[in-house]
Design a protein around this ligand. Structure first.
Ligand code: HEM
Ligand code: HEM
Length: 176
């Protein structure tokens, strides 16, 4: 069945996850990344970051399962030619990078979980000793760049391709 919009569950999850992931990036760079590991106060905002990040993993899994069982819009005419052909591979890459970022963060959280058992604990001075943390930081940067690319592609499509593109991630009738 050809549809003009994603399933409403996917639409809701697209925007909820966009807000959550945007928050994680902003909070990660401007709050967590700015606090020294020797500061015991770092553990509290980090726990909020880890809680939200874990919710992202669960919501992304629900999104992937829903996507598998529902119909979604075909590429537009401009997405079938030139640079527009990157649409499907970039969407797949977005899924992959979100999962790798969140799971590497989760694994780092698992490695430092014991620190929360005693109040006043601090993070290890050299946090880079955890390979998962290094992966997390690099993947968060790749994710940020992909999101910028994704938004630029949406704006390009809205202005000189399929002007209705945003409707695909909006609610409403799914068939013409
Ligand atoms: C953290 C921010 C965002 C993430 C991680 C994200 C991720 C994604 C992903 C993975 C898809 C593919 C959906 C699928 O096939 O299941 C998608 C579709 C889409 N997104 Fe986003 N998105 C974000 C923000 C935005 C914003 C701000 C806009 C609007 C400017 C936008 C516009 C769209 C549009 C129009 C589609 C449908 C594209 C198509 O079917 O060709 N997204 N998004
Ligand atoms: C898509 C989801 C996530 C995004 C976008 C994200 C993003 C970030 C960013 C931008 C940073 C700061 C990097 C820096 O210091 O330069 C960070 C640090 C961190 N995140 Fe995440 N994160 C996510 C999910 C998670 C999850 C699920 C966990 C654990 C359950 C987690 C645990 C951590 C840890 C332990 C740090 C290290 C703090 C530090 O280096 O000072 N993250 N994350």
């Amino acid at each position: 069945m050809t549809v003009t919009r994603y399933h409403p569950v996917l639409v809701a999850l697209h925007w909820l996850l966009a807000i959550m992931i945007g928050f994680q990036l902003g909070f990660g760079y401007f709050t967590i990344g700015k606090l020294a590991n020797s500061d015991p106060a770092k553990l509290q905002p980090l726990s909020l970051h880890m809680g939200l990040g874990t919710a992202i993993i669960v919501l992304m899994a629900i999104r992937l399962i829903t996507r598998y069982f529902t119909s979604h819009p075909d590429p537009s005419a401009s997405q079938r030619q030139g640079v527009g052909r990157l649409r499907t591979p970039i969407h797949r890459l977005l899924y992959l990078v979100i999962f790798v970022t969140a799971l590497s963060g989760w694994f780092t959280g698992f490695l430092i979980a014991h620190l929360y058992e005693t109040p006043g604990n601090t993070l290890p001075a050299d946090f880079a000793q955890y390979p998962s943390r290094v992966i997390h930081v690099w993947m968060a940067l790749v994710l940020l760049l992909l999101i910028v690319l994704h938004i630029c592609a949406a704006i390009k499509e809205m202005t000189m391709g399929d002007v209705q593109i945003l409707g695909r991630v909006g609610f409403g009738k799914r068939k013409d």
